[in-house]
Design a protein around this ligand. Structure first.
Ligand code: ADP
Ligand code: MG
Length: 557
């Protein structure tokens, strides 16, 4: 399997140059296993397809790419319909399709409840090639005679298991009855409950099931932890982790080649000897890098999943998911490089507020606890460095490795007392290394008491970094997200009303909401990561194209 995976490239799947360009732009280097299985089957084969692979394995592109290849540009009718269980997914899938459509003149429209029907009708009347929608709204539009799907090339059920779980069977069957016979049907799903096969049997023509199995799980010797950290703080967090570790020897995983290049650049600027590994680096350079890394002359390797796939280094001290892996399978793969051969290792995952659920999902699949930890504080890192310096000095003393300097020492001691001299020597040797100002503040988690320096002018508030208010040193405040609410005193909002609005709609506990600030036109609250996600999602429902009522407060760059 691994061998096969290594060989498969998008280029070999039968995709056109246009599509390959779009993929490059998206930063997708290699097809995921489900993509490698289904894309050729859909481009070349005649059969209907049921595709099964875990969540996060790229099923959207697996069906979108071949559809986009097969659709006529500026066609006179809807050629493909994708049904999704939720409106968020409808939007997400249509956005991904749009991004993958490249320069093709293919119009893709999401339709879903909650958004004004007029807008969607207008779009449809202008003519579209692909509709991505929730069953309810699709039926509505069909009944009004606006949405005609009797000349389809493709009919797709995305997240088929979810759709059926949510009781959409009847709707789907109704929709299917209005479609033409000679279309290709695709079901994509994370799991394969019998009901999917039953529906397939009833409605599909000749079909095949293409499934990707979940991989083996993780080892006990790997300590799995995660940190909540905002994107802009990731770099600082990484530096602290590396500096705290005694012998850091690890791979830092990024999502795209560009991310790898950026990070390597920043690490080098800060004095780390780090190298990148991704598909665009020449074979020659990659080999040199790998050789250095394997022989431990290089201790930090920054890589994409794909580039790291073939690396058989198992004794890493750290694996760092600088970007959370897109799928549980790749999490397992990544961290499997540490905690082997009886050696303890640490796997660290950075998550941003919106990735909490993804992490919980990974945790469920790998069936181990991924423990939340607080980022090391600057003073912890400095302290650890000092301890290492003491140990080094002690070793030199023990081994008597200073004979060449005894004469100099005698001369110096004539000029100053030992305390002064040692201090001066330490300054000379370690001033830079022990300088706290090498580190910058991190807004979530530790050091938060130092963050309270920005202006109090209400107008600037939206642009301020999220931060805690108090000098209360309250530990509860760590891992919080500052939310902006587009409601203020002028809307008749009071503290009580604001809390009520949020707790009712998002069903979160009032005690989680802290540091409320009310202004004339807007207000702010702080909540933990987890609640932030729920609240943002609950308030994300469409307001006729207007911005959502609650969003993350903008951060200062
Ligand atoms: P699924 O539908 O299987 O749950 P998605 O289609 O939503 O998964 O994809 C999950 C994530 O993986 C998305 O962020 C997507 O952009 C990304 N992705 C998909 N295919 C690739 C690829 N070949 N390389 C890198 N990332 C990919
Ligand atoms: Mg999906």
């Amino acid at each position: 399997m691994d061998k096969l995976e290594k060989l498969v490239e998008f280029r070999n799947l039968g995709l056109t140059e246009k599509t390959l360009k779009a993929l490059e732009k998206k930063g997708y280097e290699k097809p995921s296993p489900i993509q490698a299985l289904t894309i050729p089957a859909l481009l070349l084969g005649e059969k209907d397809i049921i595709g099964q692979a875990q969540t996060g394995t790229g099923k959207t592109a697996a069906f979108s790419l071949p559809i986009l290849e097969k659709i006529e540009e500026n066609g006179k009718h809807i050629q493909a319909i994708v049904l999704t269980p939720t409106r968020e997914l409808a939007v997400q899938v249509s956005e991904e399709m749009h991004a993958l459509s490249s320069s093709r003149k293919i119009r893709i429209t999401p339709v879903y409840g909650g958004q004004s029907m007029e807008f969607q009708i207008k779009q449809l009347k202008k003519g579209v090639e692909v509709v991505v929608g929730t069953p309810g709204r699709v039926m509505d539009l069909m009944n009004r005679g606006i949405l005609k799907i009797d000349n389809l090339k493709f009919f797709v059920l995305d997240e088929a298991d979810e759709m059926l779980n949510m009781g959409f069977v009847e709707d789907i069957e109704k929709i299917l009855k209005s479609t033409n016979e000679d279309k290709k049907m695709l079901f994509f799903s994370a799991t394969m409950p019998p009901v999917i096969l039953k529906i397939a049997k009833k409605y599909m023509r000749e079909h095949e099931v293409l499934a990707v199995k979940a991989r083996e799980m993780t080892t006990d010797l790997t300590d799995q932890i995660y940190f909540e950290v905002k994107d802009r703080d990731k770099f600082e967090a990484l530096c602290r982790i590396m500096d705290l570790a005694t012998d850091f020897y690890g791979i830092v995983f990024c999502r795209t080649k560009n991310d790898v290049n950026d990070l390597v650049g920043r690490l080098n600027d800060r004095g780390y000897d780090a190298e990148g590994l991704h598909g665009d680096i020449s074979q020659n350079h990659r080999e040199v890098t790998l050789k250095r890394f394997k022989s431990k002359r290089l201790n930090v390797l920054v890589a994409t999943d794909v580039a790291a796939r073939g690396i058989d280094v198992n004794d890493l001290s750290h694996v760092i998911n600088y970007a959370i892996p897109q799928e549980a399978e790749s999490y397992v793969h990544r961290i499997g490089r540490t905690g082997r051969a009886g050696k303890q290792g640490t796997a660290i995952t950075f998550i941003t507020p919106s990735e909490y659920r993804k992490l919980m999902f990974i945790q469920k699949i790998v069936k181990t606890e991924i423990r939340k930890e607080k980022l090391p504080r600057i003073k912890d890192v400095i302290e650890a460095k000092k301890v290492r310096i003491y140990a080094e000095l002690e070793k030199i003393v023990e081994n008597g490795e200073f004979k060449n300097f005894e004469q100099m020492a005698t001369e110096l001691l004539l000029k100053a007392d030992p305390q002064t001299l040692v201090s001066a020597l330490l300054k000379n040797a370690y001033d830079h290394e022990l300088d706290e100002s090498n580190y910058s503040e991190i807004s979530v988690g530790n050091d938060r008491n130092r963050e309270n320096t920005s202006s109090r002018d209400g107008r600037d508030r939206r642009n301020e970094r999220s931060r805690s208010q108090g000098s209360d040193g309250d530990l509860e405040n760590t891992g919080k997200v500052r939310l902006f609410i587009a409601l203020g005193k002028k809307d008749g909002i009071t503290l009580k009303k604001l809390l009520e609005t949020i707790t009712k709609k998002a069903n979160v506990n009032e005690s989680k909401i802290r540091n409320v600030e009310l202004y004339e036109n807007f207000s702010f609250v702080s909540v933990p990561f987890k609640e932030a996600e729920v609240i943002i999602e609950s308030f994300a429902v469409d307001r006729n194209g207007r911005k959502p009522l609650i969003e993350k407060a903008k951060e200062k760059k």
